[in-house]
Design a protein around this ligand. Structure first.
Ligand code: PEP
Length: 259
C-alpha cells in the first residue's frame, strides 16, 4: 500500500542544458532548489544538469531534488566517443533521462533512435521524460498528427507495464527558448494534455491514458507557471531558462505548492 502523502501532485523538471558554467555554480543552484523542495509536500523536483555534474549533485539519496540526465546514447557500450550510456547515468545516481528533446531531434535523433534510447533507459532502471512537440502550428490540425506520430512511435514499441516509467513532456518546438509571452496558453495546454492522454489510451488502454503523466515545456516563466498548472490540466512543467535562476525556479515551486 502506498504511504499516505507520498504522492506529489506536480512534477517540475529543470533542464539546465549546457549551463551553468561551472560545477561550483551548479552546486549553489541545486542547493537553493534543495532548500525549497525539502519544504514542499506537494511538488517533486528533478534537475537535469550537464552529465559531468550528475555524480556530485546526486548526494546521499536522501535529497528532495532528484537528478536526471539530459540525454543518453541508444547503444549500451562501445567506441562512441563523447556518448554516455543509460547504465553509466543510472549507476552515477541519476533516476531520470530526458529523451527526444527537440534539440536532440534537431541534432539527428529519429523516432527509431528515440525508441532505442527509451528501451536502454528502461533496461538501466531509469524513468523517461519523453519530449514530443510539433515544429509549428497550422490551421488544419497537422500539429496534432505530428505529436500523435511521435508518441505512437514509442508507445507501439514499449510494453504496457513500462508506461508508468514514462512522463510525457509536451514541448511545442516553436515555443521553446522564445519570449515568455509566446508560451502556449493554459487553454491550449489543456487541449493538448487531453489529446496526449487520448493517444496513450488508444495505444495502451483507457486506464493507461488516465494515468499518463503529462508535462508542458516551452518558455515557462515564474509569471505564467501558476495558470499553466492550475488551468492547463498538466501534471507539471519542464523548465529551461527559468531553472537557471534560483529565485524564479523556487517561485515556480511555490506556485505549484499553492494550487
Ligand atoms: C526546453 O528547452 O526544454 C525549455 C523548456 O526551454 P525554455 O523553458 O527556456 O523555453
Amino acid at each position: 500500500m502506498k504511504k499516505k502523502g507520498t504522492k506529489k501532485r506536480f512534477l517540475l523538471v529543470a533542464n539546465w542544458k549546457m549551463n551553468p558554467d561551472s560545477l561550483e555554480d551548479a552546486k549553489v543552484l541545486a542547493a537553493a532548489f534543495e532548500r525549497k523542495a525539502k519544504k514542499s509536500a506537494r511538488t517533486a523536483v528533478v534537475v537535469c544538469p550537464p552529465a559531468p555534474f550528475i555524480t556530485t549533485l546526486v548526494g546521499n539519496g536522501k535529497k528532495s531534488v532528484r537528478i536526471g540526465s539530459q540525454d543518453i546514447d541508444h547503444r549500451t557500450e562501445g567506441s562512441f566517443t563523447g556518448s554516455v550510456s543509460a547504465r553509466q547515468v543510472r549507476t552515477s545516481g541519476a533516476e531520470y533521462a530526458i529523451i527526444g528533446h527537440s534539440e536532440r531531434r534537431a541534432a539527428g535523433d529519429t523516432d527509431a533512435i528515440i525508441v532505442e534510447k527509451v528501451l536502454r533507459a528502461f533496461e538501466a532502471g531509469l524513468k523517461v521524460i519523453l519530449c514530443v512537440g510539433e515544429d509549428k502550428r497550422d490551421h488544419n490540425a497537422q500539429y496534432l498528427l505530428a505529436v500523435r506520430s511521435q508518441l505512437m512511435a514509442v508507445l507501439a514499441k514499449v510494453e504496457k507495464s513500462r508506461l508508468k516509467q514514462i512522463v510525457i513532456a509536451y514541448e511545442p518546438v516553436w515555443a521553446i527558448g522564445k519570449s515568455f509571452a509566446s508560451a502556449l496558453s493554459p487553454r491550449d495546454i489543456h487541449e493538448m494534455s487531453i489529446f496526449i492522454k487520448k493517444v496513450v489510451a488508444e495505444a495502451a488502454g483507457k486506464d493507461a491514458g488516465l494515468r499518463a503523466q503529462v508535462l508542458y515545456g516551452g518558455s515557462v516563466s515564474v509569471d505564467s507557471a501558476r495558470d499553466m498548472l492550475a488551468e492547463g490540466g498538466v501534471d507539471g512543467l519542464l523548465v529551461g531558462r527559468q531553472s537557471l535562476d534560483a529565485e524564479n525556479f523556487n517561485g515556480i515551486i511555490d506556485h505549484a505548492d499553492s494550487i
